[in-house]
Design a protein around this ligand. Structure first.
Ligand SMILES: CC(C)NC(=O)[C@H](Cc1c[nH]c2ccccc12)NC(=O)[C@H](CCCC/N=C(/NCCC(=O)O)S[C@H]1O[C@H](COP(=O)(O)OP(=O)(O)OC[C@H]2O[C@@H](n3cnc4c(N)ncnc43)[C@H](O)[C@@H]2O)[C@@H](O)[C@H]1O)NC(=O)OCc1ccccc1
Length: 228
């Protein structure tokens, strides 16, 4: 087997479930309580920005009440100790990877604790809106929006992600249903570039067929076992 040097890890809501963060599609998940079109699309934000602000405010409060779990901690350990290439590509907008100590992390769908001004394109730490369209500290436009990627919008840092996929010897997917693109297509991209592929998930995801190996179980057990 070719020498293992470069690893890409894709994470989804399932890795934060054991920290007490709702996933999207599981029973009692976010998409049961909110219509995607209303809270996670640019059109929904145009229609009712206050509804969208409240949705993300509630998630910000929830994230600040929880802590990283053993799966986040194991990936942070890997990040500290692995001398080869490593990129943790997360679909999650929470900051639990960083709070566990990981640094080689890309938030392809944005971050809850960041605010984006679509006018001057500057980002600011989110200090809580309490109103529909907070003022941008840089250009004073009443424009600040959650710095998250909504459906129909281009995910962040796609060039960096595809470059890492092209170099990957190993692609590992953790806690994601494989229902949302382009993230759901990464396993096939990685395979095309010759990487071995491993799925660690509570149940088989929609793209499970494309993985060389698939382990079912809780991330809090599977990930430390895989890393150590
Ligand atoms: C619904 C789907 C069909 N639609 C899409 O994919 C769309 C449209 C589309 C594009 N290409 C396509 C191709 C085919 C079909 C459709 C499309 N995609 C887009 O619009 C994307 C933008 C999508 C991003 C939307 N924003 C999110 N989030 C941010 C906001 C927010 O968070 O509020 S998506 C959001 O939902 C997704 C949820 O998925 P998961 O994280 O997997 O969570 P889920 O609940 O589904 O599953 C949890 C899993 O964990 C497991 N689990 C649970 N507990 C545990 C546990 N304890 N341990 C282990 N596993 C566990 C469960 O078993 C389960 O499998 C995540 O990506 C998450 O970020 N933009 C785009 O394509 O731009 C153009 C483009 C194209 C190519 C290249 C460049 C640009």
């Amino acid at each position: 087997m070719a020498e293992l040097r470069n690893i890409v890890v894709l994470t989804g809501a399932g890795i934060s479930a054991e920290s007490g963060i709702d996933t999207f599609r599981d029973a009692g998940g976010l998409w049961e309580k909110h219509r995607v079109e209303d809270v996670a699309t640019p059109q929904g934000y145009e229609r009712d920005p206050a509804l969208v602000q409240r949705f993300y405010d509630a998630r910000r409060e929830a994230v600040q009440k929880v802590s990283p779990n053993p799966a986040h901690e194991a990936l942070a350990r890997l990040d500290r100790e692995w001398e080869g290439g490593l990129l943790i590509v997360t679909q999650n907008v929470d900051d639990l990877h960083e709070r566990a100590g990981a640094s080689r992390v890309v938030h392809m769908h944005g971050e809850l604790l960041s605010a984006l001004c679509p006018i001057c394109e500057r980002r600011h730490r989110w200090t809580g809106p309490l109103i529909e369209r907070p003022e941008c500290p840089s250009c004073e436009a009443r424009s600040l929006r959650p710095d998250v990627v909504w459906f129909g919008e281009m995910p962040y840092q796609m060039d960096r992600i595809y470059a890492a996929l092209r170099r990957a010897d190993l692609f590992v997917s953790i806690g994601t249903s494989g229902a949302v693109y382009p993230a759901a297509g990464f396993v096939r991209d990685a395979r095309e570039y010759g990487a071995r592929t491993l799925e660690l998930n509570l149940e088989r995801g929609e793209g499970s067929y494309w993985f060389d190996e698939s382990q079912q179980g809780r991330a809090g057990e599977l990930v430390p076992a895989w890393v150590d």
